[in-house]
Design a protein around this ligand. Sequence first.
Ligand code: FAD
Ligand code: NAI
Length: 514
Amino acid sequence: PKKKGFRFLRWTWRLSILSALGGLGYISYGIYQMRNPADQPEPDPKKKTLVILGTGWGSVSLLKKLDTENYNVVVISPRNYFLFTPLLPSCTTGTIEHRSIMEPIRNFLRHKKAAVKYYEAEATKVDYEKKVVYIKDESEIKGDVSATEVPFDMLVVGVGAENATFGIPGVRENGLFLKEVEDAQRIRKRIMDCCETAIFKDQSPEEVKRLLHMVVVGGGPTGVEFAGELQDFFNDDLKKWIPEIKDNFHVTLVEALPNVLPMFSKQLIEYTEKTFKEETITIRNKTMVKKVTEKYIEAESTGPDGQKQIERIPYGLLVWATGNALRPVVRDLMSQIPEQANSRRGLAVNEYLVVKGAENIWAVGDCAVANYAPTAQVAAQEGAFLARLFNNMAKTEQIEDELKALSLAQEKAPNKDTRDQVFAEIKELQKRLRRVKQMGPFEYSHQGSLAYIGSEKAVADISWLTGNIATGGTLTYFFWRSAYLSMCFSTRNRILVIVDWIKAKVFGRDVSRE
Ligand code: FAD
Ligand code: NAI
């Protein structure tokens, strides 16, 4: 009986290995199949041309849900990938490699029902009366033609925003921004350069201090998350690999308002400021930067006595994160439309996201003003709304055409029976048409705000069934991680991000300067 028991166990073991291998094979085959989708039908020139500008949160969310069989879809963007911005601050220190949060636009355009055209170019101008977009290839390699025009019947503007500098002198020349992959790469390089230069032979103590002073301007979520990531990098890796910098490396966050993270609740602002203090990050509230030079910033601060003073703060690395400004193509489009004259922050849109004063032009995300904060959450919901709207519009047109055909058929019906049959079909279609046309305006559903604040802590203001929950700490950090992981664009992205997190934990972040 003992032998029998062993044999049973052995067989169970073999069977489980076989089923595991079978399961793995099945998943691999599924992924392989996904990589090789069936050929797509070419766009039908009889259909309307829908041009989508941008490949960010708004445009990609629209593309994801859009039935591309209904239109000739053309996508124009200088970036041939989607970027998962919430994890961009982690790329500045190498916690996450930038390719893990990029998803090539081709990867998912290939899976659409009908082919979509993509042009890697910037829209330089929209002529809304002529219904034409002028585009220019700004990449390194240019062909004989690098500027042309694309006509449209319908246009979606989802070009996002650029970095605000408020015209403060020296910012563009000396500061680094944090919006795109290249920005994160530049910051990563600059951090290491500052560290290595600081320990260059015979460097003076003041110069060492300056080089190792990492200044972040802007206490919004971008500035706070970056400051937290940078301090983590120093605590976990830099001070171990380069102990010489230990006593002088310092992060300062400069904010013009009385506190950081103004969109969070008071309790979480206090929690963030307390955590930063423990992590030895200095917060300089009520300090407005007025000028930037190569080696120092000039800032106006308000002392406890209410007196204003100007001081010079030397820095090695300067990251500028003071929010959004209009892109030139958006500013130019606004200047063509009289109804946009009073809009300052972007294209004013109505409740269906139609650009006010323009026909057949919609706007989504950071370039649109619809009374919501410029966040990925808003942009993604707006994009999904437009997809539903466009799918419905196509369905409406299709039903209306069918109704016209049926009316003709009813007129020509040879007898009463056929006429009654056609009449019943018309009734049914009219009912469907009413249902399709019943689409309400865009309504934003706020899921909450989340931000990483360093030392494995995060803050979250979450909308819950029972109301709002404001929470901060390590548990929130795990929530932050799982939330962002689930929001990643693809399974490929998720796996790469998990691997990066494990790699950083086990081996430490890579401190080589590329
Ligand atoms: P974007 O995503 O910026 O996309 C704009 C697209 O337009 C890009 O593909 C760009 O290449 C393209 N484009 C630019 N110019 C042109 C042109 N002239 N012609 C054609 N195409 C053009 N929000 C959250 O809700 N949660 C977060 O955790 C969060 N974290 C963030 C972290 C960082 C570091 C940053 C910078 C932002 C973060 N945000 C977050 C904000 C969020 O990323 C933006 O609100 C969101 O990206 C806006 O989406 P969008 O589609 O309007 O623009
Ligand atoms: P922001 O607009 O939220 O914050 C910029 C900050 O810079 C403001 O607090 C402002 O007072 C300050 N500032 C401006 N000029 C200054 C000066 N001269 N000197 C000192 N301080 C100055 O910008 P941010 O952080 O780039 O965010 C942009 C958008 O992206 C926001 O809507 C934000 O909610 C969203 N975002 C959300 C994240 C999240 O949810 N985790 C992460 C990053 C961005």
